[in-house]
Design a protein around this ligand. Structure first.
Ligand code: NAD
Length: 344
């Protein structure tokens, strides 16, 4: 079997999930990992990664690597993405692809210049429930889609780490990508309000209203307010309303719940989960698809970097609107794909 060699830049908690998911795919071999922290490099050695190094430059000298996952801190994606593309590698960059739309546009321009792809790590496009909503919209089951509501709630303890990035880039970016995918249109107006309970600039609770160019509406709500003692890790909701039907699902109700003597513990099976020796979830599905594209030299069209850039433009506008309390109008077509693969 022809094998694809993969490198991982940034080996924190999510980098370790990438390693597990890649290793569950028989046609992929993780050849090298790099991380700036000695403890994380020690962890990669413990897990048997053949080449473990400190910098992206060292990793990118491994000539036979064809695909690189960039999983560094949210604000530190640009340099490793540009270096990997320049070294001739295809790139999967984790969400948020950037925390500034101009940086995201630089990534796509570099990919085009070097004849490689840069794919955004928007794994919900590979999660069956989210993808089913898109399929139903596309086949007309809802008639004319008119509005989207999406909620994303995460454990409060995670806010301790992820308050390093604004909630819109850390959490809501998933729903922005889904909403742009479902609407098939660019956003023209954003209104946002945030709420900070523990002080600081980053809202623990964020409400956003979007008006799309095609007339659709979306309301997105992200928060870090699920208390850990509640025993729920993923507590999300999606609903799309159209002229002839509504499609909806609730991730919490679809999970597996242990009601035990220490309370409730819910297991999420949709993103990344170890079951015995097997890995299940959307991360593995996403890596299988991106890996096949890298191996076969095809374009990863299920995801769209043009949509990802637009998602960051909308996120930037959300930060401005939440700070000013005023609606923000977005400009025209600038960053979108002229071939129509992105939102239309
Ligand atoms: N798709 C998802 O559902 C999902 C889930 C979790 C995290 N993420 C994303 O993955 C990224 C990483 O998140 P995390 O939770 O693993 O963070 P983390 O803090 O656990 O890990 C980041 C790692 O990157 C390393 N690093 C940073 N800059 C580096 C550089 N220039 N060179 C080498 N190593 C470097 C750090 O030392 C650290 O070990 C973020 O963008 C985050 O939003 C995505």
């Amino acid at each position: 079997m022809k094998k694809l060699k993969v490198g991982i830049i940034g080996f924190g908690s999510w980098g370790e999930c990438h390693l597990e998911a890649y290793r569950a795919l028989p046609f992929i071999e993780v050849a090298a990992v790099c991380d700036a922290q000695p403890a994380r490099r020690a962890r990669a050695r413990e897990l048997g990664v053949p080449v473990v190094c400190e910098t992206a430059e060292e990793l990118l000298r491994e000539a036979d690597i064809g695909l690189v996952s960039v999983i560094t801190f949210e604000k530190a994606h640009l340099q490793p993405v540009l270096a990997a593309l320049e070294a001739g590698k295809h790139v999967l960059v984790e969400k948020p692809v950037a925390t500034d739309a101009a940086e995201a546009a630089q990534m796509l321009a570099a990919a085009k210049r070097h004849g490689r792809f840069v794919a955004p790590g928007h794994l919900l496009r590979f999660e069956p429930k989210y993808a089913e909503v898109r399929r139903l919209i596309a086949e007309g089951a809802l008639g004319r889609p008119a509005s989207i509501y999406m909620k994303r709630s995460r454990n409060h303890s995670l806010f301790g780490t992820y308050r390093r990035t604004h909630t819109v880039y850390e959490l809501m970016i998933h729903d922005l990508d889904q909403a742009i995918w479902y609407a098939g249109s660019r956003v023209k107006r954003v209104t946002a309000e945030g709420c900070t309970l523990s002080g600081g600039d980053v809202p623990e609770i964020l409400w956003v209203q979007l008006r799309f160019e095609n007339g659709m509406l979306a309301v997105l709500h992200s928060n870090w307010m699920t208390h850990d003692a509640a025993g729920v890790v993923i507590n999300d909701y999606t609903e799309v309303v159209g002229s002839e039907g509504t499609v909806q699902f609730d991730t919490d109700l679809a999970g597996v719940h242990l009601l035990g003597i220490r309370g409730r513990a819910s297991t999420d099976l949709s993103v990344h989960h170890r079951q015995g020796g097997r890995i299940v979830g959307a991360l593995k599905e996403q890596l299988a698809y991106i890996g096949e594209c890298a191996l076969n030299g095809t374009s990863p069209d299920v995801v769209s970097f043009e949509d990802a850039i637009h998602g960051i433009e909308v996120a930037d506008a959300i930060v401005r609107s939440a700070r000013s309390g005023e609606p923000v109008e977005l400009g025209g077509q600038a960053a979108l794909d002229p071939n129509g693969q992105g939102a239309r």
